[in-house]
Design a protein around this ligand. Structure first.
Ligand code: ATP
Length: 294
């Protein structure tokens, strides 16, 4: 069985405060993009979880979120047979694109189908939060408002057609470091999440791009100024707007014109500013299985 685990960007990311349990209360507008890791899963003769990947720096033990998701399904559904999973990574790692969370979400969905557990999508989303705050969203996919710690989800109308240029500089950023360093104060500029939601409802691309904002930039950009440089370059090369995704360091630029996006992609590759560059489009899940779910 082959599954695709899609990356996300945050069109808007606001942090409202810190909770007593250490988690942060967030309000984010999430968008799935057409960039994905691939998971090949099959039952195995040997009991247990047998995980392999195409990247030697990704762990294959219980610290991998795929392993944890498979274990959670085995425990929840009483699965005694073994499973072999090969994870083909494409999504940049420690990049603010929810790669690990999306792999975990695809594993929940895949295990549910492979072992015919019969759990609903909502139940998989409930289980997902035990693995990570973004996992329920990665099960849902598409355009959504995420509140609470990210697990309270409201489906929003799909993002209007556009091209999305992704650039990841050759640095990794720890999500934990960014959240613990974040200092919300009177200077914090909170993005207009409600205004962005309205713009999505109106199908107004420029209303969305005008409201792009991410409070985590206040931590990541001073530590890694190259993030700002990439944003500025993308805008100079024709992006309607550009911003950091999640805790970074990945930057995305939104284009309303394919030719301009292709040219900017070429320039970004040649600039040497980024280790990984992709040109992609929004992935909109119209509720249910898509042609990509094989
Ligand atoms: P987010 O956007 O949710 O903050 P991220 O892009 O910051 O995610 P990931 O790429 O998901 O971060 O992974 C961060 C760390 O988790 C890596 O350093 C890696 O060692 C570990 N990890 C565990 N499972 C995975 C996985 N399936 N894919 C990638 N990294 C994983």
């Amino acid at each position: 069985m082959r599954l695709q685990a899609f990356a996300k960007i945050n069109l808007g990311l606001d942090v409202l405060g810190k909770r007593e349990d250490g988690y942060h209360e967030v309000r984010m507008i999430m968008q799935t993009i057409r960039m994905y890791d691939q998971l090949d899963m099959k039952k195995s003769e040997e009991p247990g979880i047998h995980l392999t990947t195409n990247k030697n720096y990704i762990p294959v033990d219980e610290s991998n979120l795929v392993y944890r998701a498979a274990k959670l399904m085995m425990d929840t559904c009483g699965i005694t047979e073994g499973v072999s999973i090969h994870l083909h990574k494409v999504i940049p790692v420690a990049a603010g694109m929810a790669g690990g969370s999306s792999d975990a979400a695809a594993t929940l969905v895949g295990m549910n189908r492979l072992f015919r557990c019969g759990l609903s999508k909502n139940r998989l989303m409930e289980l997902g939060v035990q693995i990570g705050a973004d996992v329920p969203y990665c099960v849902l996919r598409g355009t959504a408002l995420a509140e609470g710690i990210g697990e309270k989800l409201t489906v929003l109308p799909p993002m209007p057609d556009c091209w999305i240029l992704i650039g990841k500089p050759g640095i990794s950023v720890s999500t934990k470091y960014v959240y613990t360093t974040l200092d919300l104060n009177t200077d914090t500029v909170h993005p207009d999440i409600d205004g962005m939601r309205k713009a999505l409802e109106d199908g107004d691309l420029y209303g969305i791009t005008d409201r792009m904002g991410n409070v985590l930039q206040d931590v990541t950009i001073p530590a890694y100024p190259e993030v700002e440089t990439i944003k500025e370059r993308m805008k100079a090369w024709g992006a309607v707007n550009a911003m950091m995704s999640g805790s970074g360091p990945t930057v995305f630029g939104i284009f309303d014109n394919e030719e301009k996006a292709q040219e900017a992609c070429q320039k970004l590759r040649e600039s040497g500013l980024c280790q990984q560059v992709f040109l992609t489009v929004p992935f909109n899940n119209y509720g249910g299985r898509t042609a990509d779910d094989k």
